[in-house]
Design a protein around this ligand. Sequence first.
Ligand code: RIB
Ligand code: CA
Length: 311
Amino acid sequence: MKRKIIIDCDPGHDDIMAILLSLAHPEEIEILGYTTVCGNQLVEKVTRNLCQVLTAIHREGKIAVGYDAPLYYAPDPQPLAHGESGLDGPQLPEAKIAPLAIHAVDFLKQQLEQSEEPVTLVALAPLTNLAVFLKTYPQLKEKIAMITLMGGAIGKGNILPKAEFNIYEDPHAAKIVFESGVPIVMSGIEVCDDCSILHSEIDALKGSGPIQDLAHEILQFFSRYSRERGKDRSPLFDVAPIMHLLHPEYFISRPASVQVEVAGQYTRGMTVVDQREGVSQKQLNTELLLSCDREKFIQCFLEGLAWLDKN
Ligand code: RIB
Ligand code: CA
């Protein structure tokens, strides 16, 4: 059965890769729309990036702009990873599509009310939009099949020693989402390390078709950070939740209790995963992805890009 999804994102190089993979599977995934939020860059920039990329690949899409700042903390854009535009690297055409006039939270309400079956929310960015939606329309939680999110970590960190960026940026929002009672699938840093692309695989994309060339330009910029540090691969963070929707069998996971540290001298945004024996059933609020078969992951991802160039 085709799964209806809404992608909440902050494009963002890896956000775009997740969107391309979703678009490459129209038989399994129906994208009802996109909501954008302040994260990698300010919300105006990430929204423009999304509009320009969809224009470049000749696709339409319903886009609703969300919050321009986290619930409490100030925006903390990441030009080192994503550039001043939020999607530095590719030459993109002027956008021929524009966002809707309604706010992301109202778009989520509209789509969940209209959908006959529950909708999967794919969260690839700080969770500000989803948190406000859950607090404003709690009665619509039953129309959410699950929230599958890229965020957090079991023990690692990227923006801080023990915090991953999406959770760090808006930990108050993340706390609301993890405590909401909605089924959550969490792709943390550890499983994203398995969901990686070799720099040689990026290089091989060039010259294979316009969308593979676009992916090549995007990933060339995105992989700078890892290449400069002598690594042979880069994690495609945001692709992990989409790949899990398509192929859960590629992953190993377990139920887990996850809590969010909202403030701490060293631990703002830490996802505290309780690994003790005997954690009670009611505390198990998350399906925690532990690992992924990289060879199967990257084969499916690269086949998806090739499919887009043929369809
Ligand atoms: O930590 C990785 C996450 O932060 C990804 O979603 C990436 O796009 C950035 O938003
Ligand atoms: Ca993202």
